[in-house]
Design a protein around this ligand. Structure first.
Ligand code: UT7
Length: 403
């Protein structure tokens, strides 16, 4: 508690990013490989988007949850923080494992994060920054001390590989951060979230929800794949990236000159360059890695954050802005004071301890599934007497009819 004008007031709680991690599938698909399946070229893709390659989850066992789990484990490892002390898992994705259960819950089980609540956020490519904003809210209000925010995608599963206007753009991957409460000023300073649902049809997967449930016709018509009006999204993106950045700076009482690094959503190099130029930001203050990953939607910002840290582009006390846009239409930005002094020296034995913990989480999950089955079968065999009651009643009714 702090003393405030003679009264006791609770210490202000800040949400700091203390761990980070990323994961991608093994298979790299180059532009030239795509030119063999659709009418495109390496020259067109790289000059119009900046993308040179992307990762694709070819192995069907690799999913949004497995990638998200790998990224989350890496984030916990870099923070040297155990999964069973995480309070909340916010998973952001547009390619969830199912409509429900949430991919967040599947990741929670795989991590053995037994104390954590978990849910998914659907805000497309802006999702990760929406997640950071939620995590900050939970931390500053005292409802959570440690929150995992995960952006994870296997968009390759919902791409029409015969549509050259979309299949060249997207990639698979996952990035995660651990946010922890602290009384040290810094961390997430401000956030700006926006939505304009009137543009929902510009970027959509039309079928598979309650409006157009899956039928043989929807499948035959390719309505379960991503459909996009690229030019319209391009125009929207260049406008909102600059506006959202200005808004978070204003909320954090900062100016453009205070920014040390911008980590934008990695959709198209032309969108990034033109919106950052509009802000008057020099190229060296903008982090771009889409040439290697393509557009990984909500995973693009946390993957880029991890690479920026690996490349030592962030120092303690740097001001970093993360800004994204996407389907919805949505946009989101956050200004963060980077207060983490670089990777911690974690004892070697901790890796073994962690592997054992995740192994135990798997055993625990299987045991819980098994015990639920046993419980279910016992209930069916023994019953609660309902079957007998119904049988007696029917028998009684038959007797009455005969009489
Ligand atoms: O996370 C949010 C997700 N979405 C986005 O970020 C997308 C934002 N939009 C964009 O990045 C760009 O609009 C695209 C990269 C999708 C397209 O670039 P563009 O410069 O806006 O091209 P365009 O749509 O104006 O198309 C130019 C031409 C068209 O041919 P015509 O009509 O001029 O004959 C397209 O059919 O390029 C053609 N085209 C292609 N050509 C070769 C479209 N896709 C391809 C392709 N290869 N893959």
């Amino acid at each position: 508690m702090a003393v405030n004008n003679g009264r006791y007031a609770p210490m202000r709680r800040y949400g700091h990013i203390t761990g980070w991690g990323k994961a991608v599938p093994d298979r790299v698909v180059t532009n030239s490989e795509l030119a063999q399946i659709v009418d495109t070229s390496d020259e067109w893709i790289s000059s119009r988007t900046g993308i040179r390659q992307r990762y694709v989850a070819v192995d069907p066992r690799e999913t949004s949850a497995t990638l998200g789990t790998r990224a989350a484990r890496a984030a916990l490892e870099s923070a040297d923080f155990p999964a069973n002390r995480v309070d909340l898992i916010i998973c952001t994705t547009s390619s969830p494992e199912h409509i429900f259960p949430s991919t967040g819950s599947i990741i929670q089980d795989a991590l053995g994060a037994t104390r954590a609540g978990a849910f998914d956020v659907s805000a497309a490519c802006s999702g990760f920054v929406y997640g950071l904003s939620l995590a900050q809210g939970m931390i500053s209000s005292g409802q959570a001390d440690a929150v995992l925010v995960i952006g994870t995608e296997t968009l390759s599963r919902i791409i029409d590989w015969s549509d050259r206007t979309t299949c060249v753009l997207f990639g698979d991957g996952s990035g995660a951060v651990l946010m922890q409460a602290s009384t040290v000023p810094g961390g997430v300073l401000s956030t700006a979230l926006g939505s304009d649902g009137s543009g929902g049809d510009l970027l959509t997967v039309p079928a598979g929800g309650s409006k157009q449930p899956a039928t043989l016709d929807t499948v035959a018509a390719g309505q379960h794949f991503i459909k996009m009006d690229g030019r319209a999204v391009f125009r929207f993106a260049t406008r909102v990236m600059a506006d959202a950045t200005r808004e978070v700076l204003e909320k954090a009482n900062m100016s453009i000159d205070d920014i040390d690094l911008v980590i934008p959503h990695q959709a198209n190099e032309r969108i990034i360059r033109s919106s950052m130029k509009a802000l008057g930001l020099p190229d060296e203050k903008v982090f771009i890695n889409l040439q290697n990953y393509g557009n990984t939607s909500t995973a693009s910002i946390p993957i880029a954050l991890c690479e920026a840290i690996e490349q030592k582009r962030l120092k303690p006390n740097d001001n970093v802005v993360m800004v994204g846009f996407g389907a919805g239409l949505t946009w989101a930005a956050t200004a963060v004071k980077w207060a983490v002094p670089g990777l911690k020296d974690v004892p070697v034995w901790r890796a073994g301890q962690r592997t054992a913990t995740y192994g135990l989480a798997q055993v625990r999950s299987r045991f819980l599934k098994f015990s639920r089955r046993v419980e279910g079968s016992l209930l069916t065999e023994e019953g609660d007497g309902w079957n007998e009651v119904v049988a007696d009643r029917i028998e009684g009714w038959r007797k009455t009819r005969k009489d």
